[in-house]
Design a protein around this ligand. Structure first.
Ligand SMILES: Cc1cc2nc3c(=O)[nH]c(=O)nc-3n(C[C@H](O)[C@H](O)[C@H](O)COP(=O)(O)O)c2cc1C
Length: 311
């Protein structure tokens, strides 16, 4: 029997392409490094999953600075997939991440389909990786990245090739910088994606009027944060109705209320990016806020919220 005054615990667990997440909230790739940076601030074991910065086959220095520009309600970045490359990830980052219990999702990007294949194959041999997130949506790199994410046939090809080279579940991360995101979503679902993550950043720019130059060295960058939330929510709502596989929604989630909106729109899980850069504790606060909301609403299970938007 429940003790007087003690509220029953709600179930926050969700399932995504065969992975059980203890709660539906995870970091967004690229805003969480390889976990070590956040360990002093939050208990990584409380997260729904761990999602690392996109890795590439070879080390990548990224774009020259300045590459971050804070706007009124969003962040513009042109980091350009800076990462230590596959070998150093396997040797130095993975052993550290393995000590945590949430499923580890490794984001990958290639310049060619062969590179995606090689990354998939090599990571599948390693221990401690729960799923691959295929990044075909980075707007800040010249080769690969977004190019694969804007043409349905290319997006499908990359997905199929990764599937051929791994036994791990495959999540494909999409860009909103397309005419119709549902077409791309259906193409990657048909090619074997077990889940779809969206959205990556929207392309944008900022100008320094004193110097009359672009504020970012790369001229253009990817916009994230509160400015993109309505766009992201709309994309999640449309894609969730267009595909059968689960959707991981992200874009401007700063609070539990934002996360709940994404779940109602049809996301099975959510990712938090820019908010984490503002407050390293944002993700754990969102998990706690979600649990409170469910209790207040008298709901026993977070899955009751998924797609529960009434129109
Ligand atoms: C500084 C920065 C770096 C990012 N790097 C990556 C990356 O390496 N791979 C990726 O898939 N997305 C990357 N993203 C995009 C985020 O994962 C996320 O899709 C996007 O920022 C929207 O969520 P948010 O508004 O909560 O930040 C990056 C975003 C930021 C702000």
């Amino acid at each position: 029997m429940e003790q007087a005054g003690k509220r029953p615990r709600v179930n926050l667990a969700v399932e995504i392409t065969g992975l059980t997440l203890q709660n539906p909230v995870m970091p967004a790739s690229g805003t969480f490094g390889f976990g070590e940076e956040y360990a002093p601030f939050i208990d990584l074991n409380r997260l729904g999953a761990l999602v690392v910065k996109t890795i590439t086959l070879h080390p990548t220095p990224g774009n020259p600075p300045p590459r971050l520009m804070e706007g009124h309600c969003g962040l513009l970045n042109s980091v350009g997939l800076q990462n230590p490359g596959l070998e150093i990830f396997l040797r130095e980052k993975l052993p550290y991440l393995r000590r945590y219990t949430p499923p580890l999702i490794v984001s990958i990007a290639g310049r060619t389909t062969e590179e995606y294949a090689e990354l998939a194959a090599r990571l599948s041999e390693a221990e401690g990786i729960a799923a691959l997130e295929v990044n075909i949506s980075c707007p800040n790199v010249k080769e690969g990245g977004i190019v694969f994410g804007t043409v349905p046939a290319m997006a499908a090809r990359v997905t199929a090739i990764v599937k051929e080279h791994t036994h791990l579940p495959v999540i494909v991360k999409l860009t909103p910088n397309v005419t119709d995101i549902t077409t791309i979503a259906r193409a990657v679902e048909d090619a074997g994606a077990g889940a779809i993550a969206l959205i990556n950043t929207l392309q944008g720019m900022a100008i320094d009027i004193e110097r009359r130059r672009p504020a970012l060295a790369n001229i253009v960058g990817g916009l994230s944060g509160p400015a993109i939330k309505p766009v992201a929510l709309y994309a999640v709502w449309r894609v969730a109705r267009a595909v059968k596989v689960p959707v991981i929604g992200m874009g401007g989630i700063m609070t539990a209320r934002d996360a709940i909106e994404f779940l109602l729109a049809g996301a099975t899980a959510v990712a938090v990016g820019t908010a984490t850069l503002v407050d390293p504790g944002a993700i754990t606060k969102i998990i706690a806020g979600l649990e409170n909301y469910l209790t207040e609403q008298g709901l026993a299970d977070v899955r009751e919220l998924i797609g529960a938007l009434q129109i």
